[in-house]
Design a protein around this ligand. Sequence first.
Ligand code: ADP
Ligand code: 5GP
Length: 203
Amino acid sequence: MHHPGNVFVVSAPSGAGKSTLVQRLVRSVPDLVFSISFTTRKPRPGEVDGRDYFYIDDERFEAMIREGGFVEWVQVYGHRYGTGRDWLEGVLASGRDVLLDIETTGAQNLRKVIPDARMIFILPPSAASLEQRLRSRGKDSDEQIAIRMRHARHELELYPAYDYLVMNDDLEIAYRQFESIVFATRAGRERMAPAAQRILDSF
Ligand code: ADP
Ligand code: 5GP
């Protein structure tokens, strides 16, 4: 998929602090758009259709699969999630950068379509601290927490597929690292070469 903007993919085991970091990043960094996925799960309290996700039913999701409407899609925790092709192409055509919050399987599939996507993995400091965060967040039952902890192990095993590993122990330091990846990517030579050439030509 051709694109002038940068593509960032962020994955993490549930509870590592990904939402905390991602929300702050998209609020603070100009021209960085959060990728709104399609999902068959119901909105949680406080979530807004068209801002957090596009909420659609199974039938519509299947129709989109048939039409090739997804760049990647997965089924996790009993629901389907996918990145809409038209939606992503539209954002990228506008020249802005896009950040996708997707799980590890989808992230690897996306990399096949967009090989220069920058892949970022958020690490919890330890298993114990991850469990503690899931408990203190207060959103999940004991059973849900046990499922998420088992799933976290599988997700963590995939860290070698990522370009950057941000350890979220001290939140401020983790955030600064996270933000730095975006700005450093924007300053990459290949990206900046046309601008540098224009400047040179102006002399
Ligand atoms: P995720 O989106 O990865 O599931 P959240 O952003 O919801 O995780 O964070 C899980 C919980 O951990 C939240 O209660 C959040 O406030 C807390 N948290 C996030 N980062 C840190 C950190 N660096 N130190 C301590 N607690 C944190
Ligand atoms: P949640 O239901 O908590 O919002 O999301 C559950 C998981 O699905 C998270 O790990 C999130 O990153 C992932 N996810 C959300 N949207 C997509 C998507 O479009 N594609 C893939 N592969 N994963 C997604």
